[in-house]
Design a protein around this ligand. Structure first.
Ligand code: NCD
Length: 314
């Protein structure tokens, strides 16, 4: 796949060759990320970091990655501080903002908003989360982390647990896993927030073995990778429904020691709320903070590919 000048809206755009290219480049970013090697390849470039929904890691990592490559960042956060509160449309907002930068990273509460942004922007747009839709850079760093933790994807069992209805990270990761052979995904969620049926169908059509259960203990028992997610409170119209589901799944050391394979990798896109207890943090398989760090490498590599700078770098 050719990344140059392309917006990154969905993981559907990726093929195995593209992923391998991205991951190989991400490995080469480590020395720059650690400041062992200074790099100014994006000198003179501006990233527009426009987040209309809460973010800690994705925004900070997206900005840091751009700066480590010598670029500069304009950052805007929160609909209440934008002209959207005055009634400006998303399309007009994008038309104006794309003229302030060379590439945009955008987060917005509505599914499909990133696609609209790409339509109205002359500059490449990277989707940093469109409501319950997708979160491609997160899924890429998740996949990268699974490999970095020494796991194979082919032939593996991955348990995705929690809010699989609203969780954009699991939507994107599950779609990426379709590219690999002989993958088994166990969807562990209460019925109300199970993986969308169309997505399960797409996975099965691609040859992924999908099983659904509402039992955390049963779901994680044979998993090589356990991917926990929080219940996405902000996506619930009925807060009583959230209250019923919140706290349903809690992974802690006791549960892991009793029910999981000894070398299972534990992942979480973060932020965690109450589904992942801190007594897990010292376990060798607890990968979630390493996972967050890997985002820097993936985003650096993605900028270089999208801005077509790889040949000039090496
Ligand atoms: C996730 C998100 O925003 O979708 N966080 C992240 O980007 N790492 C997960 C979440 O908010 O639960």
């Amino acid at each position: 796949m050719d990344f140059a000048g392309k917006s990154i809206i969905s993981v559907d755009q990726f093929d195995l060759e593209g992923i391998e290219k991205l991951f190989a480049l991400a490995h080469r970013m480590r020395k720059i990320e650690q400041r062992e090697v200074r790099c100014q390849i994006l000198g003179g470039y501006i990233l527009g970091s426009y987040f209309w929904e809460a973010s800690t890691r994705t925004q900070a990592s997206s900005e840091m990655a751009f700066m480590r490559l010598g670029g500069e960042v304009i950052s805007k956060t929160g609909i209440p501080f934008s002209s959207m509160v005055k009634g400006e449309t998303w399309a007009d907002t994008v038309r104006v903002l794309q003229a302030t930068c060379d590439i945009l990273v955008v987060r917005h509460p509505e599914k499909g908003s990133a696609e609209i942004a790409a339509k109205y922007s002359k500059k490449p747009v990277i989707n940093a989360g469109d409501g319950p839709g997708e979160h491609p850079t997160q899924a890429l760093l998740d996949l990268f982390t699974i490999f970095e933790e020494g796991k194979q994807i082919e032939g593996s069992t991955i348990a995705m647990c929690g809010d699989l209805k609203h969780g954009r990270t699991v939507h994107s990761l599950a779609k990426l896993l379709r590219l690999y052979k002989n993958v088994r995904i166990i969807c562990v969620a209460p019925l109300e927030i199970q993986m969308p049926i169309e997505l399960v169908q797409q996975l099965q059509d691609a040859g992924v073995q999908v099983e659904c259960t509402d039992s955390l203990e049963r779901g994680i028992a044979h998993a090589d990778v356990i991917y926990m997610t929080r219940i996405q409170k902000e996506r619930f119209e009925d807060i009583a429904a959230y209250d019923r589901l919140n706290g349903m799944y809690v992974l802690n050391r006791r549960v892991v020691e009793q029910h999981c394979k000894p070398n299972a990798t534990i992942m979480h896109p973060l932020p965690r709320v109450n589904e992942l207890e801190t007594d897990l943090d010292d376990l060798p398989g607890a990968a979630y903070f390493r996972q967050a760090e890997n985002g820097n490498l993936i985003r650096m590599a993605l900028y270089l590919l999208v801005l077509d700078k790889v040949r000039k770098l090496f």
